[in-house]
Design a binder for this molecule. Structure first.
Ligand SMILES: *Cc1c(COP(=O)(O)O)cnc(C)c1O
Length: 559
C-alpha cells in the first residue's frame, strides 16, 4: 500500500490564499504560506483539501502618488480562473440567511481549494461580506469568520467530502469547530461530549505574537452577528473567554497547536501559559514551495555544481529592468543590492537601516550600495501610512541608492527574493514568528542579513550562509543596539566580501541554498504536519530552543 494512502485526509481552513499574483485573495505571509501548502499538497499528493473565501475585491492594491503619499485601490478580481461547483450553502448572519456559493480553484497544480462567496443578489447588503479581505469593523469580521468557519464546514458536507481532521490555519476559522460542536449536539451529545469529540478532530496553527494578529470580539458583537451559532454565552466564554479571543478558542478547540518556528514556539508557550486547558503548543517551522520560489536557473546551476553567479546576475538584471519600468530609475546590476520587503508595520522596523543615514550616505550617493524597499500597510494603520512617504523622500535624495516599489505582491516578491544580493530583516525581537521571505531568498542564494528571530536562528551560520545581526539581544535600547550591530556587519563583513572576495560570496550562496532547500521547504513542513501535528497520541519532544540563540543571548548578557 502506498504510504500516503494511510495519511489522514485533512481539511485546511484559512482566511487567505496567495497562490499567484493574478488571483490576489491574500494580504501577505499567512496567505502565501497557505497557498504554498495547497500547491505542495497538490504536487506531492498529500490528502488535503483547502477551504477559503473568494475575496471579490481582494486586499488593497496599494499605490503611491508622486509626492510619496500612498493610496488604496480596490479592483474586482478575475473570476475566469475559477470553476463553478453548483453547490451553495447557507449560514445565518444577524438573524438573516446568507447564501454562500462554493467555487473550486484547481489551476495551479494545487490540491482542491473551495472558496466561499456571498456576492449574490439575494443576499442584499450581505453580498459584501466577502468583498474585501481584513476590512470592516469587528461586526464585519465576525460575519467573515462565520462564512469561513460555519460555511466552510457546511461546504465540505454539501460537497460530500469526508475528512478526518480539520486544520485551522490561524484563529479566523474557529467558528468551524463551533459548527462541529453544534452538529454533534444536534445528534444528542451534551456540550461537554461534543466539545471533547470536536477537539479530537481539530489542530491549530498560531502565527504571531503581535496582538493585532490575535483578534478578540465582545460577546455582544458575537451574539448580535450570530457567532454563537446556537451555543450559549456560558459555553462560548468557556471556549474563547470574555471578550472572545479567536486564538484562545483555537487553543481550546484543538488537540494540538503548532507555532511556526522554534523561537516562536518558546514565545507562544510563554504567551499562552495562562490558558490552562488549551492544547499543547509544539513548533513546526514554516517552509516555502520550492517550485514557486526557487529560480529554475539557480536551481539547475546549484544541482549541476555550476557557477551560481551567472544565473544570479540574470535574475538581478530582471529585477533592475522591472525597477526601471515601474520607477524610471536605473539601478546598477554590478552594485551590492539589499532588499527589504515586508508588511509595513511597527515591529518589522522598516526604517531601522536608515537610522543613521550619515554612515550610509556616501555609499548611497556613490553607488556602492543600493537599497530596495517594498511593502504594504493595512489601510487602517496610520503608522504604516506615515512610513512610506519618509522612505520615498529619501529615495528622491539618493535616486541611485534607494528605491521604493509600490504594491508588494507575489510577483514582486519573486523578483526580489531572487534578484537582490542580500535580504535584510530587522524585526523587533521576539515578534517575528517566522519570516518566510528569508527562506525564499535563501533558496536562491540571496544571503540573509537578519536579526536572530523567527526562522533564522535555526538556519544561521554567521559568515557561512548569511549573517546575524544583534546577537539575539532583547531589552532596553534594542533599536540602537541592533542598528549599531547592523552597521558593523554591513561595513566590516558584507561590503568587503561582496566587492573583494567574490569566490567567498559564491560559496556562501551555495551554503545558503544547501541549508534551506529541504529544511525550509513546504514539503518538509507538510511532512512534519503529518508526523507531528496530525499524528495521534504522544509525539517526541525536540530540543526547542536553537543553540545559536542561547549562545548569543549569554554573550549579549555578559557584554
Ligand atoms: C513571502 C511573502 C510574505 C511573507 O514574508 P515575511 O518574511 O513574513 O515578511 C509576504 N508577502 C508576500 C507577497 C510574500 O511573497
Amino acid at each position: 500500500m502506498n504510504k500516503k494512502e494511510r495519511l489522514p485526509r485533512v481539511a485546511y481552513l484559512c482566511m487567505e490564499y496567495g497562490l499567484h499574483e493574478e488571483l490576489p485573495i491574500y494580504s501577505g505571509g499567512l496567505g502565501v504560506l497557505a497557498g504554498d501548502v495547497i500547491k505542495c499538497a497538490g504536487e506531492k499528493k498529500f490528502p488535503m483539501v483547502g477551504i477559503g473565501i473568494l475575496w471579490r475585491q481582494g486586499y488593497t492594491t496599494q499605490k503611491i502618488c508622486s509626492n510619496g503619499k500612498p493610496y488604496d485601490v480596490f479592483e474586482d478580481i478575475d473570476l475566469s480562473l475559477l470553476k463553478e461547483t453548483g453547490v451553495t450553502v447557507k449560514v445565518t448572519v444577524k438573524n438573516k440567511e446568507v447564501v454562500c456559493k462554493v467555487w473550486l480553484l484547481d489551476r495551479y497544480g494545487n490540491a482542491p481549494l473551495y472558496l466561499l462567496d456571498t456576492h449574490l443578489p439575494e443576499n442584499g447588503e450581505n453580498m459584501n461580506i466577502t468583498s474585501r479581505l481584513y476590512l470592516g469593523d469587528d461586526a464585519d469580521r465576525v460575519a467573515q469568520e462565520i462564512v469561513l468557519g460555519v460555511g466552510g464546514i457546511r461546504a465540505l458536507r454539501a460537497l460530500g467530502i469526508k475528512v478526518e481532521l480539520y486544520h485551522f490555519n490561524e484563529g479566523h476559522a474557529v467558528l468551524g469547530a463551533v459548527e462541529i460542536i453544534r452538529e454533534k449536539m444536534n445528534q444528542g451529545l451534551t456540550f461537554e461530549e461534543a466539545w471533547a469529540e470536536t477537539r479530537n478532530m481539530v489542530v491549530f496553527t498560531t502565527h504571531t505574537p503581535v496582538s493585532a494578529g490575535n483578534g478578540s470580539y465582545s460577546h455582544e458583537t458575537m451574539y448580535h452577528m450570530g457567532g454563537y451559532n446556537g451555543l450559549t454565552y456560558e459555553q462560548m466564554s468557556r471556549i474563547g473567554g470574555d471578550p472572545f479571543s479567536i486564538t484562545v478558542a483555537g487553543l481550546r478547540l484543538s488537540r494540538r497547536t503548532n507555532a511556526v518556528s522554534k523561537t516562536h514556539g518558546e514565545t507562544a508557550r510563554k504567551m499562552w501559559d495562562h490558558i490552562k486547558d488549551g492544547s499543547p503548543i509544539i513548533s513546526i517551522t514554516n517552509g516555502v514551495h520550492r517550485t514557486t520560489w526557487q529560480d529554475s536557473r539557480i536551481k539547475e546551476a546549484h544541482e549541476k555544481g555550476k557557477d551560481l553567479w551567472a544565473p544570479h546576475l540574470e535574475a538581478k538584471r530582471e529585477l533592475v529592468s522591472e525597477i526601471f519600468k515601474t520607477n524610471n530609475v536605473l539601478f546598477n546590476p554590478e552594485a551590492l543590492t539589499i532588499g527589504f520587503a515586508r508588511r509595513v508595520t511597527a515591529y518589522k522596523r522598516c526604517e531601522l537601516i536608515l537610522g543613521n543615514p550619515g554612515e550610509l550616505e556616501p555609499m548611497l550617493a556613490n553607488g556602492t550600495l543600493q537599497l530596495i524597499f517594498s511593502g504594504k500597510f493595512h489601510p487602517y494603520d496610520e503608522y504604516g501610512r506615515s512610513v512610506i512617504p519618509r522612505i520615498v523622500d529619501l529615495s528622491k535624495k539618493y535616486p541611485q541608492g534607494i528605491v521604493f516599489l509600490e504594491n508588494y505582491d507575489i510577483k514582486l516578491g519573486k523578483l526580489l527574493t531572487r534578484g537582490c544580493d542580500v535580504w535584510l530583516n530587522t524585526p523587533r525581537r521576539p515578534l517575528e514568528a517566522s519570516g518566510t521571505s528569508g527562506m525564499k531568498a535563501a533558496m536562491n542564494g540571496v544571503l540573509n542579513l537578519s536579526i536572530l528571530d523567527g526562522w533564522w536562528p535555526e538556519a544561521c551560520r554567521h559568515g557561512i550562509n548569511g549573517w546575524q545581526i544583534g546577537h539575539g539581544y532583547e531589552g532596553c535600547n534594542q533599536d540602537e543596539h541592533d542598528l549599531s550591530c547592523l552597521y558593523q556587519v554591513l561595513l566590516n563583513e558584507v561590503i568587503p566580501i561582496y566587492y573583494n572576495d567574490r569566490p567567498k560570496w559564491v560559496d556562501m550562496m551555495r551554503e545558503s541554498i544547501n541549508s534551506s532547500k529541504w529544511n525550509f521547504s513546504s514539503e518538509r513542513m507538510i511532512t512534519d504536519y503529518y508526523s507531528r501535528l496530525y499524528a495521534e497520541g504522544e509525539i517526541e519532544e525536540e530540543n526547542e530552543l536553537p543553540e545559536i540563540i542561547s549562545e548569543f543571548c549569554s554573550c549579549a548578557q555578559q557584554g
